[in-house]
Design a protein around this ligand. Structure first.
Ligand SMILES: C[S@@+](CC[C@H](N)C(=O)[O-])C[C@H]1O[C@@H](n2cnc3c(N)ncnc32)[C@H](O)[C@@H]1O
Length: 240
């Protein structure tokens, strides 16, 4: 589908994703139009494909960013708090910030988004990328967005609980710390490398990866659903 969606500008790319039904939600469309992917992807920013960003990492494909936002949309309302693990280029963290501040409507509730990556140079890059637009700079300066260097498998408990947690690299298991840090109600979008349908177990990566949606219900109970197969780089120990 990637070749159908490529545009000559950020707006054209997002409009094409919408036209081909890869994005269906108007709020997601608006939030993605509000973040120029050209500030985050050094090459072919307006094609619907992942691109290298250095340090062995990639910015994910725009349709995957759209899917992540749409699965989390009810937990990305103005005022919500979000944890973006494996924040890499910072692109999706910025899109989440637009959703939880409902940019550009003035006077709406302001949420918060924490981006976590374990490579300090990528945390620096994400800050640098966001500063390319006045709006991104304001989100950083107001503390609405913060990027932190840490091992995302442990989450970031200092700012928990989170209405939404997005994981941008494949986990070996459903890390309990992440579930602990979800608000009740709250939702996590996480790729898990698993050979069976039980992401609570530690498994090898040979059986492929699936996106799992994990809901913490109002009463604290957990519901998990396997959604679709994917191919993500793994969550790893930080490089030496
Ligand atoms: C496919 S990239 C996605 C980046 C980002 N979502 C984007 O689209 O620009 C996966 C990211 O996960 C990060 N990562 C891998 N293992 C990690 C870990 N244990 N803790 C935090 N980040 C990790 C990598 O450094 C990389 O930036």
């Amino acid at each position: 589908m990637a070749w159908y969606c490529t545009g000559s500008s950020n707006t054209e790319l997002v409009e094409n994703l919408f036209r081909t039904n890869l994005i269906k939600d108007e709020r997601v469309k608006r939030a993605m139009i509000g973040v120029d992917r050209g500030h985050y992807a050094p090459s072919r920013p307006y094609s619907d494909s992942p691109q290298p960003i250095g340090h062995g990492a990639t910015i994910s494909a725009p349709h995957m960013h759209g899917h992540a936002c749409e699965y989390l949309i009810n937990f990305l309302k103005p005022g919500c708090r979000v944890l973006d693990i494996g924040s890499g280029s910072g692109y999706l963290t910025h899109v989440f910030a637009n959703l939880v501040t409902d940019h550009p409507s003035p006077g709406s509730a302001t949420g918060q988004v924490i981006g976590v990556d374990h490579i300090p140079q990528l945390v620096e890059l994400a800050n640098h990328n966001m500063r390319k637009s006045d709006q991104g700079r304001e989100l950083l300066e107001s503390g609405t967005v913060r990027f932190i260097t840490a091992d995302g498998r442990r989450g970031w408990k200092e700012d928990a609980p989170y209405d939404a947690i997005h994981v941008g690299a494949a986990a070996e298991t459903l890390h309990p710390a992440l579930i602990d840090q979800l608000r009740a109600p709250g939702r996590m979008f996480i790729p898990v490398a698993a050979e069976d349908q039980n992401p609570g177990r530690r498994t090898s990566s040979h059986g492929g990866q699936y996106i799992w949606i994990v809901d913490k219900m109002e009463d604290g109970s957990i519901q998990k659903e396997r959604i679709f197969p994917v191919s993500y780089v793994p969550l790893t120990d930080s490089p030496k």
